[in-house]
Write a protein that binds this ligand. Structure first.
Ligand code: GLU
Length: 400
């Protein structure tokens, strides 16, 4: 009998996690590696948040809590949604888990039956389709390439909906492209959803605070209040507050769904780290002024990277509205051979040869469902980014 389940056989390990591990391994082995793989801010968690974590330890807040979050954090989440998104929720409509990842996973596990379809716009964050598969559902991918600004159209969404559609997963600003839907673009999609009352909306708003220029973030239940009853609004403290390792994600939505997600969590991991929950209260309730500094730094890095990449013949890099990723196309480089003799037939070949020959770690586009591209996470120092872009330029200049 096979040790592994047939469900697991359909799923691949997370490529974003894998590239981060590989970069760390190569660095430990003495290689000069610049990792632009992991999507995590290089900033320290702000001091007042760290201190709240320390205070939690010192005051004995180190035991189990309610499965899906302490009352204080659920209340802070309600205040956040009211203050920043104009959405009114009660604590019974809030779920807290070990990262945004667990929130999404719980929701899919709690709702999908075999044959249920989940619409996912590509390029997508690597884990959406595999989580759907793990939960027994069927991912239905709709593509939006560089020419579409990496944004799907209402017609594409309309065409993808079937009687079996259970969820539409929405992510703006997007991982991996940084593309954002403004209010008018999002309204186009919510209008479609209004015509299909059986479709639930899972919106991953993790990059809400990381938006640039004049772009204004908006979320589906805010743009179309009539979707409130069938929307799970997901977020977390990881990216905005530089708290990736603390592992706190949260969501708000219909009470019945939140209770079902709690059931999944009660039989798997129980409560997210107690200390992290208290730190998250400080993050959500505390001063928010440093977010503007984070945005300024990320915008400067975005501009640095986009300019450097667009100066390389064969690479086209759109300017993203948010997050800390760029997703350049390498269509002009496919079919070439690297200075080290590697044939570049796919974006995976490109990133493998790039790492091998220059020490720059990025994630290949196929992992995000749209090729030939690669993802750079520019959440690292300006110096490292300048050096990495120079190495990418050299590598591309060596392609024949
Ligand atoms: N979300 C981040 C990324 O895309 C962290 C790694 C992961 O969980 O995928 O790089």
């Amino acid at each position: 009998m096979d040790l592994l389940s047939t469900t697991l056989a359909r799923v691949k390990p997370s490529p974003t996690v894998a590239v981060t591990a590989l970069a760390a391994e190569l660095r430990a082995a003495g290689r000069d590696i610049i990792s632009l793989g992991a999507g995590e801010p290089d900033f320290d968690t702000p001091r007042h948040i760290r201190e709240a974590g320390i205070a939690a330890i010192e005051t004995g807040k180190t035991r189990y809590t309610t499965v899906d979050g302490i009352a204080e954090l659920k209340q802070a989440v309600c205040r956040k949604f009211a203050r920043e998104n104009g959405l009114t929720y009660t604590p019974a409509q809030v779920s807290v888990a070990s990262g945004g990842k667990q929130i999404l996973y719980n929701a899919l596990m709690a709702t999908l039956n075999p044959g249920d379809e989940v619409i996912i716009p590509a390029p997508y964050w690597v884990s959406y389709p595999d989580m759907v598969l793990l939960a027994g559902g069927t991912p239905v991918v709709i593509e939006a390439g560089v020419d579409a600004g990496f944004r799907i159209t209402p017609d594409q969404l309309e065409a993808a909906i079937t009687p079996k559609t259970k969820w539409f997963i929405f992510n703006s600003p997007s991982n991996p492209t940084g593309a954002g839907y403004d209010r008018a673009a999002l309204k186009g999609l919510t209008d479609v959803l209004m015509r299909h009352p059986h479709v639930q909306v899972m919106t991953d708003d993790m990059y809400e605070h990381l938006v640039f220029d004049a772009f204004e973030f908006c979320t589906p239940a805010q743009v179309e209040p009539k979707l409130y009853d069938r929307t799970l609004t997901c977020n977390g403290v990881s990216k905005a507050y530089a708290m990736t390792g603390w592992r706190i994600g949260y969501a708000a939505g219909p009470e019945k769904l939140i209770a079902a997600m709690r059931k999944v969590q009660s039989q798997s991991t129980s409560n997210p780290c107690t200390i992290s929950q208290w730190a998250a209260v400080a993050a959500l309730d505390g001063p928010q002024d440093f977010l503007a500094d984070f945005r300024t730094i990320f915008q400067r890095r975005r501009d640095l990277v986009v300019a450097a990449l667009n100066a390389i013949p064969g690479i086209t890099c759109p300017v993203p509205e948010g997050a800390f990723y760029v997703y350049p196309s390498i269509a002009g480089l496919i079919g070439k051979t690297s200075a080290g003799g590697a044939k570049i037939a796919t974006d995976e070949d490109f990133v493998t040869a790039l790492l091998e020959e220059t020490g720059v770690a990025v994630v290949f586009g196929a992992a995000f469902g749209l090729s030939p591209n690669f993802r750079i996470s520019y959440a690292t120092s300006d110096d490292a980014l300048t050096e990495a872009c120079a190495r990418i330029a050299d590598f591309c200049a060596g392609l024949r």
